[in-house]
Design a protein around this ligand. Structure first.
Ligand code: H2U
Length: 347
């Protein structure tokens, strides 16, 4: 029998952040495609739309008029999933019907007053302004809440309801599942090895140089060994960093530059506004804000759904929903495809 080759032969890969496995089936990557092929939509957004509540001077659902902001602008979501106050649920001792208290707040953060701009067309200074606002939101909400989740849904494919460049901030009194799973696995690794998992990981990846997409003096962007989405990437600091609030001014500037590069590479891959959900994970805050959490490494995550073109996406369906995550394209190939793209967006 032929010798095992990870670029050709089926295998399982371990995700130490989730303590779970993913099935990699590279031999399927060349199979013919006769599935979904919709026509690409033309995405042209006007700079200002008098009906768009995220634009300066336009009234929102709450009746409040969005001010004439000049940089970033943050407001409390008019349709929040989490409220600061509310009646407490009754405590139940039934193990099958447990309920817990949930408190929090949801904010919307506009990146810029113009609707027709994005990280690739803004100046690095303007991207630094966005990063500074992310840090400010984390610091402010982190005083009160255990977890502050910054996230952006880009594109209609990811359920984004508004073309104006923006993200969301959801702060909660509880650790959401993803944070809880990651916290437990990072801690287990730290207790066993005495070092932060993601610092060990980034340095091993730099040495292997198989899945790196781009790097600069402070940051590395790579396709994780255990990536689930075809072009999933992770943004990792080269030096230990627990929270967004720990970043220095030079680290924020180098982060701005590398984010502009990864978005350009994504957009160039299929010549479109590459859809994704992206966001940031760092050590828990709130009551744990002052705690040193050396098992944590602050990092960013990009989860894009596209697989073959601007319109053909990977579906997380049958086997993924009922058994476990599976991919055809190897993380190494995906990293190579992204690495080859130009660092400036196509025009
Ligand atoms: P998404 O496009 O990522 O869904 O974000 C837009 C958010 O803006 C959405 O959560 C909020 C929506 O609730 N919004 C307001 O809070 N007020 C408005 O007047 C319009 C949209």
């Amino acid at each position: 029998m032929a010798k095992f080759n990870p670029n050709e032969h089926q295998h399982l890969r371990y995700n130490p952040l989730r303590d779970e496995w993913i099935l990699v089936s590279p031999h399927r990557a060349l199979r013919p495609w006769s599935g979904q092929t919709e026509t690409p939509q033309v995405e042209k957004t006007p700079r200002f739309d008098p009906r768009n509540p995220l634009c300066p001077g336009v009234e929102r659902a709450s009746g409040i008029v969005t001010p004439h902001y000049e940089s970033t602008y943050v407001f409390t979501n008019d349709f929040p999933a989490l409220l600061e106050e509310g009646p407490e649920p009754e405590v139940s001792d039934d193990p099958l019907f447990q309920t817990r208290s949930a408190r929090g707040t949801c904010r919307v953060m506009c990146y810029h007053p113009y609707s027709d701009v994005y990280l690739t067309s803004l100046s690095t200074k303007e991207v630094v302004d966005i990063i500074n606002e992310w840090v400010k939101q984390t610091a402010e909400l982190g005083k009160k809440y255990l977890w502050v989740q910054l996230f952006e849904n880009r594109g209609q494919l990811m359920g984004c309801s508004n073309p104006h460049p923006h993200c969301q901030v959801w702060a909660s009194s509880f650790l959401p599942n993803e944070a809880k799973i990651k916290d437990e696995n990072l801690l287990r690794y730290f207790e066993k090895h005495g070092r932060p998992l993601l610092q060990d990981y980034v340095h091993k990846e730099l040495a292997k140089n198989e899945r790196i997409v781009t790097e600069n003096e402070d940051w590395v962007i790579l396709v994780p060994y255990w990536a689930v989405w075809p072009f999933e990437t992770m943004v990792l600091p080269k030096k230990p960093l627990q929270r967004f609030t720990d970043t220095s001014a030079p680290q924020r500037e180098s982060l701005a530059r590398i984010l502009q590069i990864i978005v350009a590479k994504y957009d160039n891959l299929f010549k479109c506004n590459f859809p994704y959900s992206m966001g940031w994970h760092g050590a828990p805050t709130g009551p744990k804000l002052e705690e040193d959490m050396p098992h944590w490494t602050f990092h960013g995550i990009y989860l894009p759904p596209l697989l073959r073109s601007a319109t053909v996406r990977k579906f997380m369906v049958g086997y993924e929903l009922l058994a476990q995550a599976q991919r055809d394209l190897t993380p190494e190939k995906a990293a190579e495809m992204l690495r080859e793209q130009c660092n400036q967006r196509f025009s």
